[in-house]
Design a protein around this ligand. Structure first.
Ligand code: KIV
Ligand code: ZN
Length: 527
């Protein structure tokens, strides 16, 4: 089997195309909205990681989505060596024209059109007869081909679709000129054996299936997204759709880092190659966590803080004698580096930069200066600055430079004598504004001051405080969840002062809300 592909030329049968949808499916998950600068930044990191296709967004969903896809196409898409830039579209004309316009500037571009094919979705969601859906497949792909040679077609809820109808729709898409056929497991229902059966069936029954790239897009509702992805590869799939840290709708998508490392570590059973530079994995994972404010859980495979930590004495002993006793891949192969540097108030800028690098953060000079200044403030007040302190401060401050609202300063009167009072300064769109408010406690006063400076209707639905490390001098890490007209956003903040950390978290959540207000999901997502 050898495929001639408009974007990749002659495809070696052992080559897997890595399609990243962090900026589209990933960004659809609650709280993960990114602004245009953050998307460009992530896209650059993904290109450096070596992914083949970046699905940069869903252009019809909102003006913000359109602008982000266009901006990625105009910046990154100008270079010959960068990934294909892809925009998602439902099957309607407006969607496809909008996606075509958004990716137009990219040298290598793709339009990705989808429609639901399962009986359930067609009847209740689309309210369309199967024949009308079948016709829409032909029409959408035909239209998309006028704007791009590289067109992907997806059968939404494909794994719950009647097999005969699925084959007919795939055939129609191929006839109309689709170059990639994607069968999403939209609701994360399939088992690995289903994957194998479905893709084997398509290869055997659909005319022209051997001339296009087959693709798998798996959701993780049963925790099987990566296992299903590997099963799909072994059934002939040559494109894998995935996201960094496995983010995505509900329980997320197949995690890119897990799929790529499974292929690499178990190449004996999944003998395929891809272009991902695995040493960049941790860096991109950290960047995403920093931008979105969501850390991965400590035991997350590959990129979790504990992924290579050995606690049990027997394990530690084994690893010291020979790391292979308990490590199936080296930490370095995915970007972890060994660092014995203990940071404190005498540590200089160079040591700080080294420390950041060893933790997977690669940040520019401006960000470094800000981070270093915050680090010095913490180091002056704490004997030892732990890795977790540094992660918290980088997450909290450094990546936030494009936000509309910025924390400047806070003075509070707290204690048992009421009223508690907050004097707050925030920078809003470049202008420093000040408010004084009283409340039932210093946090209430602080949040009221924020509301005064930046009026909004959102409700505070969750407020939590934790400690980044142990000890009374630990930084506080706070989470604020705001809700406005059904839209939820989470903000995080860290500081040695709990009330300052709370103000930072609130401001972070508000910034996310200002981005989210511009979006029209989830209606825009129902094809
Ligand atoms: O999960 C899904 O079905 C999707 C499609 C839009 C590709 O994300
Ligand atoms: Zn999806």
């Amino acid at each position: 089997m050898s495929i001639e592909h408009p974007s990749f030329g002659k495809l070696d049968d052992h080559r897997i195309i890595i399609f990243d949808t962090t900026l589209r499916d990933g960004e659809q998950s609650p709280g993960f909205s990114m602004n245009i600068n953050e998307k460009i930044r992530m896209a650059e990191a993904l290109a450096e990681l070596g992914v083949d296709v970046i699905e940069a967004g869903f252009p019809i969903a909102s003006p913000g989505d359109f602008d982000s896809v266009k901006a990625v196409a105009e910046s990154l898409g100008q270079r010959d060596d960068t990934p294909v830039i892809c925009g998602l579209a439902r099957s309607g004309r407006d969607d496809i024209l909008r996606a075509a316009e958004a990716v137009k500037a990219a040298k290598r571009k793709r339009i990705h059109s989808f429609i639901s094919t399962s009986a359930l979705h067609m009847k209740y969601k689309l309210r369309m007869e199967p024949e009308a859906v079948h016709q829409a497949v032909t029409d959408s792909v035909t239209l998309a081909r006028n704007f791009s040679e590289d067109v992907e077609w997806s059968a939404e809820d494909g794994t719950r679709t009647d097999p005969d109808f699925l084959c007919r729709c795939c055939e129609a898409a191929i006839k109309a000129g689709a170059t990639t056929i994607n069968i999403p497991d939209t609701v994360g229902y399939a088992l690995p054996e289903d994957m194998h059966r479905i893709f084997t069936m398509i290869r055997e029954r659909v005319p022209g299936a051997d001339k296009v790239v087959l693709s798998a897009h798996n959701h993780n509702d049963l925790g099987l997204a990566v296992a299903n992805t590997l099963a799909a590869i072994n059934a002939g799939v040559r494109q894998v759709e995935s996201t960094i840290n496995g983010i995505g709708e509900r329980a997320g998508n197949a995690s890119l880092e897990e799929a790529v490392m499974a292929i690499r570590v178990r190449n004996d059973r999944v003998p395929f190659a891809n272009n991902v530079k695995t040493r960049n994995i941790l860096k991109v994972s950290r960047l995403l966590a920093t931008i979105t404010g969501f850390d991965v859980q400590p035991n997350k495979a590959i990129v979790g803080r504990n992924a290579f930590a050995h606690e049990a004495g027997i394990h530690q002993d084994g690893v010291l004698k020979n790391a292979a006793t308990y490590e199936i891949m080296t930490p370095e192969s995915v970007g972890w580096t060994k660092s014995n540097l203990v940071m404190g108030k005498h540590s200089g800028r160079a040591a700080f930069r080294d420390k950041l690098r060893s933790m997977g953060y690669e940040i520019g000079d401006n960000h470094l200066n800000v981070a270093f200044r915050r680090f010095k403030e913490i180091a002056d007040r704490k004997k030892v600055v732990y890795d977790d302190d540094i992660m918290a401060l980088v997450d909290d401050e450094v990546m936030r430079d494009h936000e509309r609202i910025r924390f400047v300063s806070l003075d509070v009167h707290a204690g048992s004598k009421s009223p508690q009072r907050a004097e707050l300064e925030l920078e809003v769109d470049g202008v420093v504004k000040r408010a004084v408010a009283t409340g039932d406690g210093p946090i209430d006063a602080t949040f009221k001051a924020i509301r005064e400076i930046f009026p909004h209707e959102a409700n505070l639905v969750l407020f939590s405080v934790g400690a980044v490390t142990e000890g009374t001098d630990a930084q506080a890490k706070t989470t604020v969840r705001l809700e406005e007209k059904g839209k939820l956003v989470d903000g995080q903040g860290a500081d040695l002062d709990t009330i300052v950390a709370s103000a930072r978290a609130y401001v972070h959540a508000l910034n996310k809300l200002t981005v989210k207000r511009l979006r029209t999901e989830p209606q825009a997502l129902s094809a």
